[in-house]
Every structure is written in C-alpha cells, then in structure tokens.
Design a binder for this molecule. Sequence first.
Ligand code: AMP
Ligand code: TRP
Length: 336
Amino acid sequence: MDKLRVLSGVQPTGNLHLGNYLGAIRNWVEGQSQYDNFFCVVDLHAITVPHNPQTLAQDSYTIAALYLACGIDLAYSTIFIQSHVSAHSELAWLLNCITPLNWLEGMIQFKEKALKQGQNVSVGLLDYPVLMAADILLYDADLVPVGEDQKQHIELTRDLVIRLNDRFGTKENPVLKLPKPLIRQEGARVMSLVDGTRKMSKSDPSELSRINLLDSPEEIAKKIKRCKTDPIKGLEFDNPERPECNNLLTLYMLLSGKTKETVAAECQDMGWGKFKPLLTETTITALKPIQDKYQEVMADKNYLESVLKAGREQAEAIANPILAKVKAALGYTQPL
Ligand code: AMP
Ligand code: TRP
C-alpha cells in the first residue's frame, strides 16, 4: 500500500522556539518514516504582516536548515520553499473565489493578529488560511501535523474541499482530497515562560517568554531562572490553578524523553530551586545536537541550496498536475 502523505510548514519569521519544535517539527521527525512527507518554509505567509525584505531570504534558509538540524531525513521527506513553487499562489487565487468572506472574518488567528495590526491589516492577512489550504491541497495531503492553534485553519481547508468537490466534482471523482489534522496532545500548546496562560509565540515582545532553538546555554539558563513560577511547594501536572507548573513539567517531560508518570513521581516533592537547574540542564542537552547540526548545515550553503532545488523539483512534480486538475474542473482551457 502507498504511504499516506503528510504536508506541513513553518513561517520564516524569526527564530524557531520550543513551541514550534515540540508542537510541530518533533512530530514530523518522529512520524516521517511511516509517511511520504513534504515540509515547506511558508515564506508567502510571512508577508501577511509587515516584514523586512533584508532578512526574508536569510530567515527562509535558517528555517530550512533547522528542519534538517531537527532530524528531517531526505530519504523520507522533501524540504522546499513555498514561494519557489508558483502553484501555491495560483491555487490560492482559485480557492479565494469559492471562499465565503465571512468564513475568513471569523478565524481566531485573523482576529487576534488583526487586533495587533491596528489600522494596518492587509488583505493577505485575511486570506492567510486560503493560502494555507492551497499548500495542503496541492499535495493531496492526508495528514497535516501542526500545533493546536492551527486546527481551525485545517477545518476551513476541509470545508473548502467539500465545497469545491460538491460544485465541480462528482462523488466518484472528487477533485481534491480531504485532509486531516494530526495534533499530538503533549506539546500541542507550549505556553509562555512569563505567563502560563498564553502560548509561546514568535511575536511576543518579551524575549524572556520563549526559548529559541538556537539560544546559547547562557540565554537558556537566564530565561529559565527568570521564568514565572508559583509559591507552592511540590510540583504537579494538570492543576488548572498552576498553569506555569504544568507547562514547565511538560517541557521537562518532553525534552528529557521521560514518561509523565516518571516526571510526576520525580518532581512531586521538589521545589523550584531544585527543578529549575534540572530543566535548564535538560534543555541545554536536548538542544545541543540540533544546534551543532544547524551550524554544520549553515556552513555549507551549496548543500542547502541543492536540497532546496531538489525539493522544489519534487514539490512541483506533485503540485503542478493537481493544479492542472483543479483548473480543468473549474472549466479553464489548457494553455496553448
Ligand atoms: P508558526 O510559528 O506560526 O509558523 O507555527 C509553526 C508551527 O508551530 C505550527 O504547526 C504551530 O501550530 C506550531 N506552534 C506555534 N506555536 C506553538 C506553541 N506555543 N505550542 C505548540 N505548537 C506551536
Ligand atoms: N499557518 C501555519 C502556522 O502558522 C503555517 C502553515 C502555512 C502551514 N501553510 C501550512 C502549516 C500548511 C501546515 C500546513 O503555523
């Protein structure tokens, strides 16, 4: 039987943090041998909020290199840059024309980001989920591994498939495939280090709120030292009154590879003074191999470029025929 296909992506805005890693990329790596995988750097999404043209290219390379550094294996996976495959923009346009405006206006991420932008909200920000749907649908993806915050966007993608198939396909011959989200429970929502009720985010103005994959041991130690805790002795999971405690124990669990039961037993009588150095050590140790591999990949630009060139070719080989199929279903003539 053919392997199921997986597609996912991360935006090249700033550095990746532990939320991106534990919520998304780690799951891509762990599942990759079972699937046929496409991982893109979604640089078209990165310009939906004001961006810096001086750093966009470099940031895109950084994310691609981090994919490799985190363990994405080219034997199972294709890595490419979204803007290199023009079918993404083109399918997004076609999907735009069947997307009801009010579906987009109701998206949580749009409303949150729009609030932050004030007067300066672009049409692109509203359209962000349609472009994301195009990313997924161009590859006939079965599964989309993401963090919890992306679930609503995948539901919208599914609604678009149903609508398009209903209008332009037949029951026997649907135009597009219906994808499913793949969201792991643990790590799906890593919280900020300064407020356990908010998610860790690239756009949080406080650097202390997140640990980046490329942070030095000193930075990691400083951030954990200063992170928010509570005055209660003894550490525990799943107490809604103690969101920071749950978050930090979850980080320790995921980064150490220990089970929840082991961590719960190990930490039940611990105070923060003992736990923080332990979490610091564990985080530094877990990130070291990723950081070393990242340096290695970045030192060889030719290699990285060859990966992205091959990735583009492999991506186009799947995406272009699917785009052609959608255009045919919508009634377009073939280019002469
Ligand atoms: P972004 O940084 O918005 O491009 O997100 C890239 C991936 O990381 C997506 O799959 C997100 O769902 C995931 N992600 C981002 N922030 C978090 C977080 N705090 N916890 C878990 N997953 C996250
Ligand atoms: N919107 C996603 C995020 O911010 C990134 C993304 C863009 C994506 N296109 C995608 C994720 C396709 C999965 C599949 O996290």
